[in-house]
Ligand binder design. Structure first.
Ligand code: GDP
Length: 651
């Protein structure tokens, strides 16, 4: 029997039941874990008498401590040795001597470890230090939940669907919407506002309507992510594919839990177990194999398994204890926005805290507005929206970006002022992220240098070789973590992931596309391009010694498109080209780029303008180019012309 099933039978929450099991010494990982009959019986027995006497039995008198208490004094009051208390703290990851201050976190751990409750009374006036630190009159730290400081109430989880193309994301969204949206409008048309609310067993789930990890990471890069849980769709007839892996990396970097939907199990060639094996290989171990990831077989097409999928999403949500405070100052995140010809700027937002009201003045990072109307997921006008509620708002001055966070301002004037202040600030300081050069300063400050990388290569073999070499450095001199590795050009989503993870992008025989380049510049993400694996390793090492050589920077000169390929007897192949940007010189080095991948890099053998050899051809003109030692170019390939210049390091 699964823990959650037993919880249902006993009418307990999963969390409470997990606690009971823990107290009984039954080891379970999650509420999805199975327990045998004996254990189930044990729980039932334990709970029955508890009904009568539990309240009194559990109510041990709280131990009173003053705010200056140390671990030692706390241990004395509990009735254990200082060593035992220190050990309990160490087990919980807190390194503290017995003379260390017993603050909130420490008391929480001790309370849990020794099954007691503390009452902290304010320190005497002669200890202003600690008194200032805990301004509250009395703080309770106990194994029972501390009294909530605010009016926190559970809120529905917000879910994004991700996965490889054609694995069934859209179909799953559609099927869920059609079978589970209760407030389905009379005409059968729900308005599209970028999110919808589903009800399952009287509990709500909010689905974001933009599947895919690009939108997910873009939102995170601009401000805050809203997603609480990701459903990763993997087709059982296709298995783990590049975008599956990419999605996993993006979600992991965000620290969001994943529920896997193994889709298309209705197909005759479906191999759901093989999918589980592949997922386990990339670090998502199915819960039924002793791992932590819930996986559900479904058919998005027929609807089979979807109820169970929703049930699992709710279970995972329950474990996360998602709460919202309807009375807090309202704030939220934009999930979609556009300029509507009739309505003006329209933004769909999800309220995260507080209650947003019609007439509120809302302040975004890039704009503001006074809410003229709020429209819910069924297309109805509403007066307010609480935590986890998606609503469309009208009345903004301008269109904000997905991922922008908003708050509520006291007046229109305050909103305007705040906006102009933040614009000034932004204009002054461009963001600066991690770079290789940081390594040296980290070393000098006596820290273990940490290098976070995102690695893109032209072929899978290079990805493996490069990452293996980098991880080898990691053990000895520098902490290296690779947030994502993949094959292909450096794309916008890579730069965004690097930006949110504070990673340096290492490209091996690949190039960023135009969008990626632009965002990297504005976000200050360092992109380092290499042709030789050892150069990467050398650079990391040199960076640690503060000896990074002057950057040999490729100074771009121009871009040339191959429009035709001529075969000239004896001379070989000549590329008939058009210079589309900048210029190309006889002395230029060129990279031959096909679909974002560098397939060759080297020198020009001849450069001709009409019949004549020439030293330089500018944008807008045609030319003939022969490359020194390479003839496998094709029509449509792009030649990037550049020269190599030495750039002094600036620290
Ligand atoms: P997306 O690119 O991930 O959004 O994938 P789609 O939802 O567009 O689905 C791709 C194709 O797979 C479509 O032709 C769907 O009809 C089909 N498909 C999706 N789910 C299932 C399923 O559970 N069973 C079968 N047999 N086909 C499915």
């Amino acid at each position: 029997m699964r823990v959650y099933e037993l919880a249902k039978i006993l009418g307990k929450s999963n969390k409470d039941l997990m606690k009971v099991l823990e107290d009984l010494g039954v080891e379970v990982k999650t509420h999805m874990s199975s327990i045998d009959n004996d254990a189930a019986q044990l729980v039932e027995d334990a709970l029955r008498p508890a009904k009568k006497g539990a309240k009194d039995a559990a109510k041990k008198p709280a131990i009173t401590l003053d705010a200056r208490a140390t671990v030692k004094t706390a241990a004395e009051k509990i009735g254990v040795s200082s060593a035992e208390a220190v050990k309990a703290l160490m087990t919980a990851g807190i390194m503290l001597p017995a003379t260390g201050a017993a603050d909130g976190k420490v008391l929480e751990v001790l309370a849990k470890a020794f099954d007691v409750e503390f009452d902290v009374i304010p320190a005497e006036p002669e200890a202003p230090e600690s008194a200032r630190k805990s301004p509250k009159k009395t703080a309770k730290h106990g194994k029972k939940e501390p009294a909530p400081p605010r009016h926190l109430t559970p809120r529905p989880p917000i879910v994004t669907i991700m996965g490889h193309v054609d694995h069934g994301k859209t179909t799953l969204l559609d099927t869920i919407r059609h079978t589970n949206v209760t407030a389905y409008e009379a005409g059968g048309i729900t308005q599209h506002i970028g999110a919808y609310i589903v009800e399952h067993e009287k509990k709500r789930i909010v689905f974001l309507d933009t599947p895919g990890h690009e939108a997910f990471t873009a939102m995170r890069a601009r401000g805050a992510g809203v997603t609480d849980i990701v459903i990763l769709v993997v087709a059982a007839d296709d298995g783990v594919m590049p975008q599956t892996r990419e999605a996993i990396d993006h979600v992991k970097a965000a620290g969001v839990p994943i529920v896997v939907a193994v889709n298309k199990v209705d197909k005759p060639n479906a191999k759901p177990d093989k999918v589980r094996q592949q997922l386990a290989d990339v670090g998502l171990v199915p819960e039924e194999w002793g791992g932590e990831v819930v996986m559900v077989d479904i058919s998005a097409k027929s609807g089979n398994g979807i109820d169970r999928l929703l049930e699992m999403v709710l279970l995972v949500a329950e474990m996360q204890e998602l709460t919202g405070d309807a009375a807090a100052p309202p704030q939220g995140v934009v999930i979609e926005a556009e300029l509507d010809r009739g309505k003006g700027p329209v933004a769909t937002v999800i309220v995260r805290q507080g209650t947003l009201k019609r007439g509120d003045v809302v302040l975004f990072g890039s704009t503001w507005g006074k809410i003229r109307a709020l429209i819910d997921t069924t297309g109805k006008g509403v007066n307010d929206a609480g935590p986890s509620t998606p609503v469309e708002m009208l009345g903004l001055i301008d269109v904000p970006q997905p991922g922008e966070v908003f708050s509520v301002a006291a007046s229109e004037r305050e909103a305007r002022d705040a906006l102009s202040r933040s614009r000034e600030r932004l204009a002054g300081a461009p963001a600066r992220r991690a770079s290789f050069e940081d390594l040296y300063s980290q070393m000098r400050e006596g820290r273990l240098p940490q290098l976070t990388l995102l690695v893109k290569c032209d072929v899978q073999g290079s990805v493996e070789a490069l990452c293996a070499s980098l991880e080898k450095i990691a053990t000895s001199e520098v902490g290296v973590s690779i947030v994502h590795r993949g094959v292909g050009r450096i794309a916008e989503s890579d730069v965004m992931l690097a930006s949110t993870s504070n990673a340096v992008i290492v490209g091996f025989n690949v190039r960023p596309d135009a969008n990626a380049k632009r965002i990297a510049e504005t976000d200050g993400v360092e992109i380092r391009l290499y042709n030789v694996i050892y150069d990467v390793i050398d650079d990391v090492k040199a960076a640690m010694e503060g000896l990074l050589k002057p950057n040999l920077r490729e100074q771009r000169q121009g871009e040339v498109e191959i429009r035709e390929v001529f075969k000239i007897p004896k001379a070989g192949k000549i590329a008939g080209c058009h210079v589309t940007q900048g210029l190309v010189r006889r002395s230029s080095r060129v990279s031959v780029v096909r679909a974002g991948i560098v397939i060759w890099d080297g020198h020009i053998a001849t450069l001709r303008h009409f019949k004549d050899e020439t030293r330089e051809v500018k944008a807008g003109f045609d030319c003939g180019i022969a490359l020194a030692g390479f003839q496998d170019f094709e029509q449509g390939d792009v030649l990037e012309a550049y020269e190599v210049i030495e750039e002094k390091r600036t620290l």
